[in-house]
Design a binder for this molecule. Structure first.
Ligand code: ZN
Length: 846
């Protein structure tokens, strides 16, 4: 097994390129034959003529060069043969075993259906091939198998009994290859593109899931229209297929013309899916569809450039969701996710640049930093150049690089050529890891208000020193009476320290800094709770209005944890005012009411030089919720009733917003009424949002035993709903019972180690139950380690991903640290540990 580090600086172009490839699959669960015919020619751009094909876990049956049998040298990771310094045809036949492939990478089986996952380096488990994204070609694929549906990329070419041929006219790298075969049913539709071409659309599912396709199909059509209208991008094949697969490591995959989805990321119905599920499904469908241009037509030269397609495509799907729903609410949710996952990563041992410069296993770099911070970097670029130049730059990007395997340098050059700006310093956002701290002080003198900004980024692994970055700081100023005196302006910070002046002001203003969260930084400013409450009441920027309430919440909770100070009435009153203000969007009010998470408080305390105690944080948030419930006592039943949405369920943003606020009210109310309102809601609910919402409220107050049993009886046959049943119990378990609950669930007959959704439902939830995971006895640490060791032998990718549960370990006290170290070392010393997990655990320990 390869275990060495690969560096960006070592990139060399491929020695041979491909004119076209023909593949034939003779499907069989344990003995699938893959025949390949690949037309190679020497790459004129290089004199390197070393011929190497990647290949792993393949049995080579035969190989020929220009029709002559050859005996290749089989290495651990591929195959070497002598080939001419001229065009030639390579043919091979290999045998693979999809049914025993539990890693879910390459060709594998899920519930009797064949499917593939090739990104990043899975194609080499299908056949011998230059499995790197800068080798692009057209694919013709023949699939033979006794199954009703046989699919691959591109357009259907021909078919007969037990076989089908597909041809993809667009050159693509191997990671975008896909094949699906099984007993599937289609939910069909069609779409007329802006130039009048008709595209056939299908969502393929297992029989029985047909009723869960309609929402995904509508979301797909909305995405297709949006990409035409906003980016001028039209779809480019006769057919677009989506397939739902139960066993899948990630959310979904943008294979050309044949997107493969984790069934949790596409299947939806009112009875089985929550509002949050619907919104996520819409976003993932859009994301994968948008990859057709940002990812497929323009792909990445190498895997270090992953953010080129992922950061941009996340940015595009965020814009889309904002346009479909609410920009303010979407921005708040995105920042919550960014802080919860990316800041956590950026402030720990796994910190890495948006464009990493080295890796051992690329699958370990499908991270919040590459995806979410990658999207933030694009948002900053757009803020700096303005909307019009952003649009021009994107047009140039598509025009100049269509058909290319491109780099971040190519991307930035397009912006430089469009705007005349020098983006050398901006590029540091791609190269330097770590979250900048932006410290702000101010003074007012004689009508002039000065903001003094200072930036500093703490050291991260391999990067002790950081250079100042370009930071777009969006600022507005408010008068003491609440009026806005200076509208949002972008301060372009480029120095380590810099001052900005606002002249001609009648009175000292209240600043609203980093509006819309204009840069992914941690803002540090000594301010008063009175000022925060003022901004919560008056800020015209919805993000900063919410942020002010959040800051109040953080300050309140931090003081409760560190000095036992009771919650400040000013904070409670401010929340009451927001809750009462019916000019505010209910979804926004629900977000304002949600308290900072326990992991967030732990990081805040750690940043302040303290050692967070997860138990104390847990107890303080319980106390705060109880106090808040009492404070809002009179208002809660009223809000709960007002937010009732009449009529049949609809997942639209407005109805979902009402239900979100209703749910927030119910959760506080349950702390006062012993759960009677929640029990009633559980009984009468006709949709999963309210059914699950009610059950969560009951579990939080340690009730709901009967409902939990009824839920299981009702939903025992639905895998996706059963994932919720598993997850819920761990999520809402009291800290001292979290590990035991997870342990009990692993003994349930429905627990399934092979299915990543089920495994994550239990262990992802345990990792997120902060006080439960950090139980001082170390039971959770040990349980998670035991199960990661077991899973690693079957599915390295999902194991490695879940090992991030331990990434925050250095925040905690010595006892916890040594328990975690033991658990990590135990994982690390497991014989045969995968490259994926060993890289992750190694980085976490260092
Ligand atoms: Zn993506």
């Amino acid at each position: 097994m390869r275990n060495e580090t690969i560096f960006l600086k070592d990139y060399t172009p491929p020695a041979y390129l491909i004119d076209d490839v023909h593949l034939t699959f003779k499907l069989d669960p344990t003995k699938t034959r893959v025949l390949s015919r690949i037309a190679f020619h020497p790459n004129p751009e290089t004199t390197d003529r070393d011929f190497f094909l990647h290949g792993e876990q393949l049995s080579l049956i035969s190989a020929t060069v220009d029709g002559k049998a050859c005996r290749p040298e089989i290495a651990d990771e591929g195959l070497i043969i002598a080939v001419p310094d001229a065009p030639f045809i390579f043919e091979a036949e290999v045998e693979i075993s999809p049914s025993t492939n539990t890693a879910l990478e390459g060709l594998y089986m899920s519930n009797g259906m064949y499917c593939t996952q090739c990104e990043a380096e899975g194609f080499r488990k299908i056949t011998y091939y230059p499995d790197r994204p800068d080798v692009m070609t057209t694919f013709t694929v023949r699939v033979e198998g006794d199954l009703p549906v046989l699919l691959s990329n591109g357009n259907p070419a021909a078919s007969g009994d037990g076989w089908a041929e597909w041809h993809d006219p667009w050159p693509k790298p191997s990671y975008l290859f896909a094949l699906v075969a099984g007993d599937l049913v289609a939910h069909p539709d069609s779409f007329n593109t802006m130039s009048g071409k008709q595209v056939e659309l299908n969502i393929y599912v297992r029989p029985g899931d047909e009723h869960k396709c309609a929402f995904g199909m509508e979301a797909l059509k909305r995405s297709m229209v949006w990409d035409e209208q906003i980016y001028g991008r039209e779809y480019d094949l006769d057919i677009f297929n989506i397939v739902a697969v139960d066993d899948f490591n990630m959310g979904a995959m943008e294979n050309k013309g044949l997107n493969i989805f984790n069934s949790s990321a596409v299947l939806a119905s009112p009875e089985t899916s929550t509002d949050t599920n619907f919104e996520r499904i819409e976003a993932i469908i859009a994301h994968e569809y948008f990859h057709n241009w940002t990812g497929n037509r323009i792909t990445c030269r190498d895997w270090f450039q992953l953010c080129l397609k992922e950061g941009l495509t996340v940015f595009r799907d965020q814009q889309f969701t904002g346009d479909m729903r609410s920009h303010a609410v979407k921005r708040i949710n995105d920042v919550l996710a960014l802080r919860g996952r990316q800041f956590r990563e950026d402030n720990g041992p796994l910190a890495h640049p948006v464009r990493p410069d080295s890796f051992v296993e690329i699958n370990n770099f499908y991270t919040a930093t590459v995806y979410e911070k990658g999207a933030e970097v694009i948002g900053m670029l757009k803020r700096l150049v303005g909307d019009a130049d952003y649009a021009k730059a994107l047009d140039l990007y598509f025009e100049r690089h269509d058909g290319d395997a491109a780099t971040i340098e190519d991307w930035l050059k397009v912006f430089e050529d469009t705007t005349g700006r020098d983006l050398d310093q901006f590029k540091r956002w791609y190269e330097q890891a770590g979250t900048p701290r932006l410290t702000v002080t101010d003074h007012f003198d004689n009508g002039t208000y000065t903001l003094h900004l200072k930036q500093e980024t703490p050291p991260t692994p391999g990067q002790p020193k950081k250079d100042p970055r370009v930071i777009p700081v969006a600022v507005g100023l408010l008068n003491p009476n609440g009026d806005e005196v200076v509208e949002t302006t972008i301060l372009e910070m480029t120095e380590a320290e810099q001052s900005f002046e606002f002249k001609g002001l009648a009175a000292r203003p209240v600043p609203s800094i980093l509006r819309g969260f204009s840069a992914p930084v941690i803002l540090q400013r000594d301010t008063t709770n009175a000022e925060r409450a003022f901004l919560l009441a008056h800020d015209t920027d919805p993000f900063n209005k919410w942020e002010a309430g959040r800051a109040l919440g953080k300050d309140t909770l931090s003081r409760m944890v560190t000095n036992g100070t009771p919650p400040d009435n000013a904070y409670l009153d401010a929340l009451m005012a927001v809750l009462r203000d019916d000019t505010l969007d209910p979804a926004f009010r629900a977000l304002a009411l949600s308290l900072p998470g326990q992991d967030d408080i732990a990081q805040t305390l750690f940043d302040a030089g303290l050692t967070p105690d997860p138990d104390k944080i847990y107890r303080a948030s319980q106390t705060l919720k109880q106090t808040l419930a009492q404070h809002l006592q009179d208002l809660l039943p009223k809000i709960y009733a007002e937010m009732h949405v009449p009529g049949p369920y609809s997942p639209d943003a407005e109805a979902a917003g009402n239900r979100a606020l209703q749910g927030a009210a119910l959760s506080l109310l349950s702390r006062l009424d012993g759960g009677s309102a929640a029990s009633r809601q559980y009984e009468s609910a006709d949709n999963m949002t309210q059914q699950l919402g009610a059950l969560s409220c009951l579990l939080t107050i340690e009730k709901g035993e009967a409902e939990l049993a009824a839920f299981r009886t009702q939903w025992g046959q639905d895998r996706l709903v059963m994932d919720k049943w598993f997850g819920l119990q761990v999520t809402y378990a009291a800290p001292e019972r979290a590990a035991a609950t997870a342990d009990r669930l692993t003994k349930d007959p429905e627990f399934d180690l092979i299915n990543p959704n089920r495994f994550r439902a239990v262990f992802g939830a345990l990792a997120m139950n902060a006080a439960g995971f950090h139980d001082p006895t170390g039971t959770s640490y040990n349980l998670v380690a035991d199960w990661l060791i077991r899973l690693d032998a079957l599915n390295p990718q999902t194991t490695a991903r879940l090992s991030t549960a331990f990434e925050t370990w250095r925040r905690y006290d010595g006892d916890r640290q040594s328990l975690i170290r033991d658990a990590l070392e135990r994982i690390q010393s497991t014989p045969g540990l995968s490259r994926d997990t060993s890289e992750m655990v190694g980085r976490i320990l260092n």
